[in-house]
Design a protein around this ligand. Sequence first.
Ligand SMILES: *[C@@H]1O[C@H](CO)[C@@H](O)[C@H](O)[C@H]1NC(C)=O
Ligand SMILES: *[C@@H]1O[C@H](CO)[C@@H](O)[C@H](O)[C@H]1NC(C)=O
Ligand SMILES: *[C@@H]1O[C@H](CO)[C@@H](O)[C@H](O)[C@H]1NC(C)=O
Ligand SMILES: *[C@@H]1O[C@H](CO)[C@@H](O)[C@H](O)[C@H]1NC(C)=O
Ligand SMILES: *[C@@H]1O[C@H](CO)[C@@H](O)[C@H](O)[C@H]1NC(C)=O
Ligand SMILES: *[C@@H]1O[C@H](CO)[C@@H](O)[C@H](O)[C@H]1NC(C)=O
Ligand SMILES: *[C@@H]1O[C@H](CO)[C@@H](O)[C@H](O)[C@H]1NC(C)=O
Ligand SMILES: *[C@@H]1O[C@H](CO)[C@@H](O)[C@H](O)[C@H]1NC(C)=O
Length: 384
Amino acid sequence: MISLEIKKQVVLIYLWLWWITTANICVEAKRDSLKPGDTLNSNSTLCSKQGKFCLRFDITSNSEFHSLFIGVNADSGPIVWMYDINHSIDLNSAVLSLDYSGVLKIESQNRKPIIIYSSPQPINNTMATILDTGNFVLRQFHPNGSMSVLWQSFDYPDDTLVPTMKLGVNRKTGHNWSLVSGEFNLDWEPKQGELIIKKSGKVYWKSGKLKSNGLFENIPVNVQHMYQYIIVSNKDEDSFTFKTKDKDYKTLPWWTLLPSGRLMGNEGDIVNADMCYGYNSDGGCQKWEDIPTCRAPGEGFQKKAGRPNIDNSTTYEFDVTYSYSDCKMKCWKNCSCNGFQLYYSNMTGCVFLSWNSTQYVDVLPDTFYTLVKTTKSAPNSHGT
Ligand SMILES: *[C@@H]1O[C@H](CO)[C@@H](O)[C@H](O)[C@H]1NC(C)=O
Ligand SMILES: *[C@@H]1O[C@H](CO)[C@@H](O)[C@H](O)[C@H]1NC(C)=O
Ligand SMILES: *[C@@H]1O[C@H](CO)[C@@H](O)[C@H](O)[C@H]1NC(C)=O
Ligand SMILES: *[C@@H]1O[C@H](CO)[C@@H](O)[C@H](O)[C@H]1NC(C)=O
Ligand SMILES: *[C@@H]1O[C@H](CO)[C@@H](O)[C@H](O)[C@H]1NC(C)=O
Ligand SMILES: *[C@@H]1O[C@H](CO)[C@@H](O)[C@H](O)[C@H]1NC(C)=O
Ligand SMILES: *[C@@H]1O[C@H](CO)[C@@H](O)[C@H](O)[C@H]1NC(C)=O
Ligand SMILES: *[C@@H]1O[C@H](CO)[C@@H](O)[C@H](O)[C@H]1NC(C)=O
């Protein structure tokens, strides 16, 4: 998942620059809504009133898949949300439509229609709108002037949290809001009042409680001082979201969860759960097992450029369900393993290296991870 990780970083830096340079520019009004009968194809975009967010069809870094995205700014802006990546669509023929009976769907040639929302009874007083918060909402307008939300993209978070988008649970519907990236989730745990990062259900990290100064215990002060957390707990919902304290802050506030378990924010890593090895409990890491006998406290994997020698001590894991963090854990527990690489170009499968194979590194640009002994562990500062 490393190339994805790099792409996201580039994307987010770009997002930041864009926000800085264009936040003050008056953006020409564009179409922000689909009425019944309207369509959107891959040559056009739907942009929010102030032009902050646009909905468009685009391609992921994994070029096999096209999907429906919400990006910042028009044609090529960075992506903050995508519609279920598992549904591949044909970009040239893709059409998003809202019909006269309240069905919001994506159709493309030679593929089954993807139903985003289908009303239980036919209704035609609907409108699908991309808002300036980045939320894409399908609403029903009642004759008495009120309206109700039928479906919204903020109910289906991807890997990025932006202001007004929530984590937690909707008590009326039982629906959970959770950030997802690979096998990792970022959740709001309302009972304890903590943010937690889980990998395949196992808790890797907890934020600790929100202190009276408005900061979480296990998040470095310098990366969270700009955020104001908004926690709601009532009969309708238990939720967490944030905004910036400084009204003049020009950057879009965002948190992005990477497939390695690292949570990035505007001012740096909120937490790097990749540094939770199971035995350490520093910085909010949760302990779930003892340190392997052959490993020492403070040891961990570090990313290196170059290409290690492959020799007869090298072993492979061809299983495509193994991602970065699975390879890391398997290597960590095997005393003969001193480094690893991802095997497939889509960052799945593993190559396990022994000292003999990792000691020779040539100049070819490649990436691998090697065990390093650090004098002292620094869970939240490490990880590029
Ligand atoms: C999009 O634009 C291209 C080039 O102008 C055109 O060939 C294609 O048919 C258009 N696609 C749709 C879905 O309108
Ligand atoms: C996509 O498919 C995989 C494997 O079938 C599944 O684990 C995952 O939850 C799916 N993702 C979504 C967003 O539905
Ligand atoms: C919308 O629904 C109303 C009531 O069902 C119907 O009278 C009207 O003709 C419909 N309009 C369109 C454009 O389908
Ligand atoms: C308006 O009408 C809708 C649908 O009939 C209803 O659910 C809602 O409670 C009404 N709102 C008000 C303020 O009367
Ligand atoms: C929401 O999360 C809770 C707690 O993790 C879980 O028990 C429940 O099944 C989840 N609900 C849904 C609809 O996924
Ligand atoms: C540990 O690694 C060695 C060398 O890479 C390999 O031969 C062995 O099968 C591995 N053991 C386990 C339990 O995976
Ligand atoms: C990754 O690549 C392997 C080998 O090409 C393939 O079998 C696997 O399905 C791919 N996994 C994903 C998630 O695309
Ligand atoms: C590493 O290589 C040296 C010299 O080639 C050899 O003597 C040693 O047994 C090797 N160690 C392992 C663990 O394969």
